[in-house]
Design a protein around this ligand. Sequence first.
Ligand code: 5AD
Ligand code: SF4
Length: 470
Amino acid sequence: MHLPDLEIAKKREKKENKYIELKEKYPKVFTGKKYFLRTYGCQMNVHDSEAISNYLEVLGFKKTDEIEQADIIVLNTCAIRENAKDKVTGFLGKCHYLKKNHPNVKIVIAGCMSEQPDVIKEIMNKHKYIDIVIGTHNLHELPKLLIESFDKQTIEVYSESDEVIEGIKYKRDSKITAWVNIMYGCDKFCTYCIVPYTRGRERSRKLESIIKEVEDLKNKGYKEVTLLGQNVNAYGKDIGESFSHLLECVAKTNIERIRFVTSHPWNFTDEMIDVISKYKNIMPYIHLPLQSGSNNILKRMNRRYTKEEYFELFKKMKEKIPNVSITTDIIVGFPGESEDDFNETLDMVKKCEFDGAYTFIYSPREGTPAAKMEDNTPMKVKEERLYKLNELVNYYSNLSNNKLLNKVVEVLILDKSEKDKDKLYGYTDTMKLVNVKGDKNIIGKIVKVKITEAKSFSLDGEYVKEEIAN
Ligand code: 5AD
Ligand code: SF4
């Protein structure tokens, strides 16, 4: 049995503006070949996949949704919970079968799982046919690796990086809304979370580069940008900038809609709240992960706030930002979570009446502090807690959706609905999904819609008026 050497290069030099002008450097050597790309996980990964698509297309590959037709299969992986890993390993079983029938097809693993050396070793051991493993810090090397190593197995993963690559090009999935990275990595080290290990330390992009990117998008006709970071409020700490200043500068580009994810309650400042309430083009929507409503658990999670501090911030946002909608993330079954701790989480949900929440059962991640904590709660109890929490969360999201019944709201129409061919879909300023009856010429426009039905996870509505004059 031969296992390839794990070459984990540690590169710490600060290199800026290092983006390789792909078109000049690499010819379209793969013209006529097709790629299949599957993305797992968060918005950061979705956006990284837009960069991967661009790299591949510059090299001549064309996209295919038929995996059997692909010459290269790229899995952009996620490591946040065990079930994310399970999905990837399940899919690799399918790749194994394909590889048997088409030995020339190349399999590439990218994303957060690549940054977990033990996991990669285990996967490579089991799936020896994988051709390339590339990490989150050196994704920009994909074209070089593909050209140099198309016929040999290559693992190229930087274990960490303080680089910030500017000017990355993307093949964006939408012509209406766009993700814009403002920073990479996370320094918060919540004890359950793998992200600081797979995505590295907080590194901010230059303010001018971000503004230029937003202006370019606006000039191309984009209506909405979402500023992306694991913890956007930490933006600028490493370069003498601040998120509130960035947000204000982005607002002044006059792009029609601005969103941002994700916010950490710990460093969400009054200035940020002021800027959000001051500019009409910053959407009144904040995703503010709570994680737990018990101070004991929050401390063990290293979340850096108490439930009282969270609620103070929450109230301030509600008071100062008209019509703001706030959603959250909650983990149940963290090691040592007692029934009382869990009930405190339910109490917080009742107090905050969140517009929506993503809920998870705690999943131990090897190498994180929480994975070593004693955990005596049986899985059955954790599942019951999740069920109970979801019932409460759904009750409040229903309540918040029902408040919009018969109201006229502004919706940015994105596309035809996949479920109902006669309908279009879009989002309100408060990030509520609306299925709309209307002609497809309103796609890409912000229009007035009357809400006719409220469901738990979406709204139905009818188009009532022309594009909003901006
Ligand atoms: N187990 C369960 N949920 C987790 N999250 C992050 N790490 C874990 C884990 N180990 C959740 C958090 C975070 C969201 C993106 O995923 O709630 O906010
Ligand atoms: Fe993970 Fe905490 Fe950073 Fe969010 S803030 S990415 S939960 S370490």
